[in-house]
Design a protein around this ligand. Structure first.
Ligand code: CA
Length: 516
């Protein structure tokens, strides 16, 4: 057992802005009524760790303020020192999208960051992978069982012959047939599949397994391939040359081995940090997320952008309530309008499902102290750091510019991860307060714990402990530099915990279009 930290012997809380009317309790296990902070504030209720304590006497209807922003309004009188739980705060309206300032706050001028490199796999199109993986794409779920069977054989029998190839992955999904393929929103899953196959970690070697009668024709999956290339890269199971299952397996293995030979000839080379494409997201968030892990990730994101690289942040429902803090940071009004377009699209998507953004916080989020989606969003956007937003991508679009990019995705961990991979992400940084063993097969995932309790309990799942920021043992900047160096190391081949254990979540397509 670790000795208790001296800084935690006494009641400790964190407030973030001089305007805040609430602060969160830091102490592990929470604090009991009667506990008194150093400045004399005494709790009148028991307050769990990460939950909010009223710093002032609030009347019913008064604004509850954290991060200097209004989380909502008090539903009843909240005396100083009381527990401000999720039931004490009424959710406000989301910011209206029609009157927000666009591109009014230029990014702070910062020195370019030079001299940082990683060992990556440079591709013919100029992109750089952090892994050397054979991907087997599928045009339809019907073929998934066959592909899984073949991938198992490749892993067992072929990969040992090609030691420079890191892995083989099936890009399995439930799309491809039984769907309204010409519905406008079908563009989302279709371009996601198109762009997933082009992820830099797959080395530009395309292999698509189709069935033959599906709606998503392989040529639609790869619109830029010539007819000859398509013939060389696509195998359809219904092709009459295959007599029986074993013939199909042999056919796929033959195509796979050609690609393994090419991938195996590749070597890592020293690349500037500007070639990185880093995705950031959070999952299982708590009230510490916006205080410890996310600010440290934001600091690391600023370092990547200063180095000329690319950072994507996402998760529309965790941005929507803080969008008024992001539109001023857009590099141009056009980028600002694109950000508003994605917010409005998602508002309509949720409305069509007869719900709204209040559906976002999970029971675990609330247990961790997050009262509502406003508080979650204010903590979530901190991951974006302080750079200008240089571009906005619709779900599944491929990034074509560098800098800080808003890649619109659902907040769902698996859907966000899949869409960031489609957008070209080659390493992901994932923050968590409640804890998740999340991992991806196609790119390394560095997991950052918001609390030291979690980092200690999950010592072989969490890669970075940002909880030391809350206890005062390290600064946001210090942990930010640790995350930045972990990104360079993971991009160079170091395996984060999820890779060491082989933990892989499924790809999860976002399909907002009808299923037939
Ligand atoms: Ca998420």
């Amino acid at each position: 057992m670790d000795a208790p930290l001296p800084t935690l012997d006494r009641p400790r809380r964190i407030e973030l802005d001089a305007r805040d009317t609430v602060a969160i309790v830091v102490n592990s296990g929470g604090l009991k009524a009667g506990a008194t902070f150093d400045d004399g504030l005494t709790l009148v209720d028991d307050v769990p760790q990460g939950h909010k304590v009223a710093l002032v006497d609030m009347k019913q209807g008064d604004a509850v303020v954290r991060y200097g922003e209004i989380l909502g309004h008090a539903v009843r009188d909240l005396p100083k020192g009381s527990w401000v739980d999720e039931f004490s705060v009424e959710l406000p309206e989301a910011p209206a999208l029609d009157a927000l300032p666009l591109a009014t706050r230029p990014a702070p001028v910062v020195e370019p960051l030079e001299g940082f490199t990683f060992e990556g796999y440079r591709n013919a199109d100029g992109s750089v992978g952090t892994r050397n993986i054979l991907a087997v794409s599928e045009s339809v779920q019907c073929v998934a069982g066959v592909v899984d069977h073949v991938v198992e054989i490749i892993r067992r029998e072929l990969l040992p012959k090609y030691p420079n190839v890191d892995d083989v992955v099936a890009l399995s999904h439930v799309y491809g047939c039984g769907v309204a393929i010409n519905a406008p929103a079908a563009i989302v899953p279709i371009r996601t599949l198109q762009n997933l196959a082009l992820n830099p970690n797959f080395g530009g070697e395309v292999l698509v397994i189709g069935l033959g009668c599906e709606k998503l024709r392989p040529e639609r999956l790869m619109p830029n391939l010539s007819e000859a290339d398509a013939a060389a890269n696509v195998l359809s199971l219904q092709d009459e040359r295959f007599v029986g299952f074993e013939a199909m397996v042999a056919g796929i293995l033959e195509m796979a081995e050609e690609r393994l030979k090419k991938l195996n000839a590749r070597r890592r080379e020293t690349c500037p940090a500007s070639d990185l494409v880093v995705g950031v997201q959070c999952g299982g968030s708590d009230a510490f997320s916006g205080v410890t892990a996310n600010p440290a990730v934001g600091f690391a994101a600023d370092l990547i952008v200063r180095a000329g690289g690319t950072v994507m942040f996402s998760e529309v429902t965790e941005v929507r309530d803080a969008v008024h803090l992001l539109t001023p940071r857009c590099a141009t009004e056009e980028v600002g309008r694109a950000l508003l377009r994605e917010m409005a699209w998602y508002d309509r998507y949720l409305a069509a499902g007869e719900t709204d953004r209040a559906a976002n916080p999970s029971p675990g989020n609330k247990k961790g102290g997050l009262a509502n989606v406003v508080e979650k969003a204010l903590g979530s956007i901190v991951k974006s750091g302080s750079s200008s937003i240089s571009a906005v991508l619709a779900p599944g679009e491929k990034a074509v510019t560098k800098g800080l990019i808003y890649a619109a995705t659902p907040a769902s961990d698996f859907v966000c991860g899949t869409l960031q991979l489609a957008s070209g992400m080659t390493v992901q940084v994932f923050t968590t307060g409640r804890g998740t063993p999340y991992g991806l097969a196609a790119a390394p995932v560095i997991k950052v714990a918001t609390r030291s309790d979690l980092a200690r309990r999950w010592h072989d799942l969490m890669d970075v402990d940002a909880g030391v920021i809350a206890t005062g043992e390290a600064s946001v900047e210090e942990v930010g530099w640790i995350i930045f160096r972990e990104i360079l190391a993971a991009a160079s081949g170091k395996k984060p915990w999820s890779d060491r254990w082989g933990l892989r979540n499924s790809l999860a397509l976002f399909n907002p279009a009808p299923v037939t």
